[in-house]
Design a binder for this molecule. Structure first.
Ligand code: AMP
Length: 121
């Protein structure tokens, strides 16, 4: 799947659309999800143009990969997610329910979360 440079997260990255930003470094930015599913719902996105976790893992260089995952870890520590735990999710494609085609990791916490998927579905 080709990268759509007009997706909403691309627009956030270039400053065209505002976001509630909580973190930025050379490789990643993080902001609060506009429709939080849990008391803490943070999205972490790489600065590079990657559609999905698989695209990122295959095509990003080592600095981008290390920088991105170090940012995820730092944010988890700095936003109180380590104390009681959290869930990280990277939806991909139609079956994964991905709405925004720019790789992002959801960090969900602040409350106990139910099963990942409903049994039998
Ligand atoms: P996904 O289904 O994994 O692609 O998740 C996309 C997420 O982006 C959803 O949880 C949306 O609520 C969130 N989202 C969409 N637009 C924005 C925005 N402008 N600012 C923050 N979060 C957004």
């Amino acid at each position: 799947m080709a990268y759509d440079k007009d997706n909403v997260f691309a627009k956030i990255l270039c400053g065209e659309i505002p976001c509630d930003k909580i973190y930025e470094d050379d490789y990643a930015i993080a902001f609060h999800d506009i429709e939080p599913q849990t008391p803490i719902h943070i999205l972490v996105i790489p600065k590079g143009a990657y559609v999905s976790i698989a695209d990122f893992g295959q095509n990003a260089d080592e600095n981008e990969i290390t920088g991105f995952w170090r940012a995820v870890s730092k944010i988890a520590h700095e936003h109180g997610l380590m104390e009681n735990g959290f869930r990280s999710v990277a939806n991909t494609g139609v079956h994964g329910g991905q709405e925004v085609p720019h790789f992002h990791v959801h960090l969900l916490g602040g409350a106990k979360i139910g099963p990942l998927v409903q049994k039998g579905k």
